[in-house]
Ligand binder design. Structure first.
Ligand SMILES: Nc1ncnc2c1ncn2[C@@H]1O[C@H](COP(=O)(O)OP(=O)(O)OP(=O)(O)O)[C@@H](O)[C@H]1O
Ligand SMILES: [Mg+2]
Length: 292
């Protein structure tokens, strides 16, 4: 079943800035959909349209079966949003943020306390519960914001750069939570500039550049479509990266021969698989070339 179906979405902001042009895609229920693109590509605009915060100028989108332009209120009950650059209130404690948001979402006192503890434990925030958010590090504040979005057990969650500023372990906590949500059928829409995050999480990717779709498909399809290939790197121990020899083998025979040559010449042989970053630069790098 489709959680999202978007056809021909366009957005022109009031002063004439064209942010999106004819964007179409579908997202399966219980999957992770990743929006990638350079700064200003249109990711937040698209996310806000799907989350009923902005109206599209053209096209039609249905989220969980509701038209985003006409059925905003029933849809809002089923979704949660972590906006880009959201900030907690500095003079409230981490605990109070989650607890009061539980109460606002309609939970009674004991239910709210239980849910607050559950979420704060999951996000490894419990030990910080009594600290004012003013006294928390940026990464911990970001976890408080994500915790607030977890309260309603939404059917679909929008995360606009959720792991920005988090340390590698903090990011993995968020990844685990995202995977756990999809296992119970929650759909996740996320934007990120971290290619490893997209590679780890995305069932489908939409890469946009200057408001237009430049790729829609899986991570593997993105790599295959760019012709990004596995590389072999030969380097003598103790030499610099400038002394590396990079080979793109065309056959199994060439792989074997390269390994044998590496051994003969006393070089380390390492394999470098194609990365999503290479595919991203291929798809979204056109505008870099134009600019330079
Ligand atoms: N409220 C607004 N009014 C006018 N123009 C806007 C508004 N919000 C965004 N834009 C413009 O729309 C385009 C897309 O912006 P958007 O915020 O969607 O990009 P993004 O892909 O989320 O970028 P980033 O990676 O920097 O978050 C940009 O040209 C931006 O300047
Ligand atoms: Mg953005």
């Amino acid at each position: 079943m489709d959680a999202i179906s978007a056809a021909g979405i366009g957005k022109t902001y009031p002063k004439g800035v064209v942010a999106l042009i004819d964007v179409s895609f579908k997202v399966e229920k219980g999957s992770v959909f990743c929006l990638l693109g350079r700064n200003g590509a249109g990711k937040t605009t698209l996310l806000r349209i799907l989350a009923t915060q902005l109206r599209p100028t053209t096209g039609k989108a249905e989220v969980l079966g509701f038209d985003v332009s006409t059925r905003t209120l029933p849809l809002r009950e089923k979704i949660a949003v972590v906006p880009q650059e959201a900030r907690p209130l500095m003079m409230l404690s981490a605990y109070d943020h989650i607890y009061y948001m539980c109460r606002i979402r309609g939970l009674g006192d004991s239910q709210a306390k239980a849910r607050t503890q559950e979420i704060m434990t999951e996000l490894e925030l419990w030990e910080h519960k009594d600290k004012l958010t003013a006294d928390l590090s940026g990464g911990l504040r970001q976890r408080v914001i994500i915790g607030m979005a977890l309260i309603p057990k939404a059917e679909l969650i929008f995360l606009d750069e959720p792991s920005i500023g988090l340390d590698p372990l903090g990011r993995r906590i968020i990844w685990q939570i995202i995977r756990k949500m999809t296992r119970v059928g929650v759909t996740v829409v996320l934007t990120t500039h971290y290619m490893d995050e997209a590679e780890n999480l995305a069932d489908k990717l939409l890469i946009i550049d200057k408001g237009r779709t430049v790729f829609f498909g899986t991570v593997d399809e993105a790599k295959a479509a760019t012709g990004a290939e596995m590389k072999m790197i030969l380097q003598k121990p103790g030499t610099t990266t400038l002394d590396r020899e990079v080979i793109v083998p065309k056959s199994e025979q060439e792989i074997v021969e390269t390994v044998q040559r590496g051994i003969r010449e006393g070089k380390h042989v390492t394999f470098k698989p194609p990365t999503l970053e290479e595919a991203f630069i291929h798809f979204a790098g056109g505008s870099i070339e134009e600019e330079t």
